[in-house]
Design a binder for this molecule. Structure first.
Ligand code: HEM
Length: 196
């Protein structure tokens, strides 16, 4: 296969994977905060979250296969599987390998959710917040297009989306903690009143 085609495939599929991962994180947060509107039911968020995550697997497959086959980078299979084993941009490719491992753990644990149980699944799912920044850093450090204005704009757009989603999630956690404290407080007052 033409080396140029492999190089374009690595770059193109890498960028699409990052965009998909960003959308998956955003949709994951919408699922967690139970977002819904009359025109946007909850099942739509959950379905998109799941299907875009699965689509990311396909694009990451193309990204990694073309990077491994590209004779210029000559990564080899070991570098694609073991973090920092690459002789080509070892740090940045290594971060991509860790992001991939975390992403695969997220996808596999979600497919096995019924067997794992909700607690273990949720604990693993927090890894998404580590996976996404590692993938972004990998793209910025390893990518040929990292300094192109359009790529910088895409990166900034992705960062803004995920930062907004995380802020929303944290606000949701804080308000549910406040609600829980209120319930416990009220119950304590009622029980003290009964005891008196
Ligand atoms: C979650 C996992 C990953 C995501 C989201 C991702 C995404 C990206 C992005 C956005 C770029 C920049 C492309 C450009 O600037 O044109 C890139 C570059 C690159 N990635 Fe990944 N990547 C991931 C995992 C991996 C893995 C596991 C490998 C190892 C085989 C890898 C190998 C490369 C290479 C060699 C480049 C540089 C391509 C070039 O020369 O421009 N990536 N990746």
């Amino acid at each position: 296969m033409n080396d140029q085609i492999l190089w374009f495939a690595t770059r193109g599929a890498g960028i699409v994977s990052l965009l998909l991962l960003t959308a998956v994180v955003g949709l994951g947060v919408l699922t967690a905060v139970r977002f819904q509107r009359p025109a946007w039911p909850r099942f739509l968020t959950a379905g998109l979250h799941r299907n875009l995550a699965l689509l990311s697997v396909a694009f990451l497959g193309v990204h990694i296969a073309s990077a491994v086959l590209d004779p210029f980078a000559s990564l080899g299979l070991v570098a694609a599987a073991i973090p920092f084993a690459s002789s080509y941009r070892p740090l940045w490719v290594g971060l991509g390998v860790i992001a991939l491992d975390l992403f695969l753990a997220l996808v596999l644990s979600s497919l096995l959710r019924a067997r794992l149980g909700a607690r273990a699944w949720r604990a693993i799912h927090w890894l998404a917040y580590a996976c996404w920044p590692l993938a972004l850093l990998h793209g910025v450090g390893a990518g040929t297009d990292a300094t192109a204005p359009w790529m910088l704009a895409l990166d900034v757009g992705c960062i803004a989306l995920v930062a907004g989603a995380v802020a929303w999630r944290l606000a949701g956690l804080r308000s549910s903690h406040a609600e829980l404290t209120e319930v416990v407080h009220r119950r304590a007052i009622v029980e003290t009143g009964r005891g008196a």
